[in-house]
Design a protein around this ligand. Structure first.
Ligand code: 6PG
Length: 464
């Protein structure tokens, strides 16, 4: 075969799916994996795509198979493996060859790698959509120099998901901008998943509904304003039965959530930026707490079970609470992106970010198209005050309040929904309570404060 258009290193689940997607879109691809048998098996199983895939057994053979200037995608585990792979690869490449890290990298690593690359071409792109997305159309968030993005954008557009024919692949900005946007995507993903889990708890523990009934409700919600991939799969998860025992699958899954760290990165970064994302932070915290199974069992033995039974709660109220919660968690994510844009000088395109999330990614949802429009019409403003979403919040925050109040009185923990509500209430309160904090700070540390009555002076009468 003549030389391939592109190369890909790392044939794990995501890498293999992405390589097949690229081959299927008509771009011959060379592949290499550290364990050679994986490469051989991948090629052997690639069926009709086999002619477009060149399996290689050494890095040199891999590099030699790709047309110059080369474009090489890395799909190796985030962290040290990426640095090691780049170190092994660079000596074999020419000065115009482009390395694209398409794994779930921490954006700070991507910015560092871009700086270390100097004039050597490097891109860091966030790819969302899980295995199915990678195979049939992911959402792609690019970061690095624009000229490098432009070199491969035709391929990335071709393999990406499409929203009404528009490719879900967008250049976000320089350095680690693409991986930063992907991290916030994952933060929103965590909050959205957590909120769904919280309303599930209300249905199961508060209302005594079985998993199949709950699944049907999610299925119904997926026809309305909450239409989204996560609601859709929640309906499917809740309605599935274990083929071995016939039990509802959901009932036999241990309630300890795993995490690979992207949500945590988002929460940590939000603190660095002083960007308030309480619903996302609450979702990360909830995953951490969920894994403390023994401690939770001991807590239940000590304090007894909470009085969870709720006598009546219409499903419409729960749906309405979810609508408000969802808007608030997206509003927090977009506000964090805005803060990073200023901090890092990236000019992140908020409306385009909403657009690139409309298809292919895990948080794809019907609301994102309206969000794209609202962000375009209200630059620099929080999504929650954009007229269309302010109207929705006016209509739905009462239900969120009702559900969170029920959670509090019935002992059903709702960290994400409650944090979303606290964010809403804080953001709609012109005179809050931080005057007390300022008084305290001045009392013990003479830190000073600003008066609002026009009188001079920045300290209270409590000087020692
Ligand atoms: C995506 C997902 C993906 C994520 C894993 C699991 O956009 O395709 O966000 O990138 O890493 O699905 O993440 P956790 O293990 O952190 O839940």
């Amino acid at each position: 075969m003549s030389k391939t258009t592109i190369g890909l290193i790392g044939l794990g689940t995501m890498g293999a799916a992405l390589a097949s997607n690229i081959a299927e879109k008509g771009y011959p691809i060379a592949v290499w994996n550290r364990t050679g048998s994986v490469t051989t098996a991948f090629h052997a199983e690639s069926g009709a795509l086999a002619d477009s895939i060149v399996p290689t057994q050494s890095l040199q053979e891999f590099v030699d198979a790709i047309e110059t200037p080369r474009a090489i995608i890395l799909m190796v585990p985030a962290g040290d493996p990426v640095d090691q792979q780049i170190a092994a690869l660079r000596p074999l490449l020419g000065p115009d060859d482009l390395i694209i890290d398409a794994g779930n990298a921490n954006f700070r690593d991507t910015s560092r790698r871009a700086a270390e690359a100097g004039d050597l071409p490097f891109l860091g792109i966030g790819v969302s959509g899980g295995e199915e997305g990678a195979r049939f159309g992911p959402s792609i968030m690019g970061g690095g120099k624009r000229e490098y993005w432009d070199r491969v954008s035709h391929i990335l557009n071709a393999i990406s998901a499409k929203y009404q024919d528009t490719p879900c692949a967008t250049w976000m900005g320089e350095e680690g901008a693409g991986h930063f946007v992907k991290a916030v995507h994952n933060g929103i993903e965590y909050a959205d998943m957590q909120m769904i889990a919280e309303v599930y708890a209300v249905m199961r523990d508060g209302l005594g509904q079985d998993a199949a009934t709950i699944g049907k409700t999610f299925e119904g919600w997926n026809e309305g304003p909450l239409q989204s991939y996560l609601i859709e799969i929640s309906g499917k998860v809740a309605q599935a039965t274990d083929p071995d025992t016939g039990a509802p699958m959901l009932d036999i899954i241990e309630d300890a959530a795993g995490q690979k760290g992207t949500g945590r990165w988002t929460a940590i970064e939000a603190q660095h930026l002083a960007a308030p994302i309480p619903a996302i932070e609450a979702a990360v915290m909830a995953r951490n707490l969920s894994s403390r199974l023994a401690e939770r069992a001991a807590g239940e033995a000590l304090f007894g079970t909470a009085p969870t039974a709720i006598s009546d709660l219409p499903m419409e109220t729960l749906e309405s609470a979810m609508i408000a919660g969802k808007i608030l968690c997206y509003a927090q994510g977009f506000a964090m992106i805005e803060a990073a844009s200023e901090q890092f000088g990236w000019s992140l395109p908020l409306p385009d970010i909403a657009k690139v999330w409309r298809e292919g990614c895990i948080i794809r949802s019907a609301m994102l198209n309206d969000m794209a429009q609202a962000l375009a019409e209200n630059p620099g403003r929080n999504l929650m005050v954009a007229p269309a979403f302010a109207d929705l919040l006016k209509a739905h925050h009462g239900a969120l309040r009702q559900v969170v109040a029920l959670g509090a009185t019935h002992g059903i923990a709702m960290p994400a929904l409650a944090s979303g509500l606290a964010y809403f209430d804080t953001m709609r309160t012109a005179r809050g309570s931080a005057n007390m904090i300022q008084g305290q700070r001045d009392f013990f540390g003479a830190h000073g404060f600003k008066r609002i009555d026009g009188h001079p002076g920045t300290h209270g009468p409590w000087a020692m």
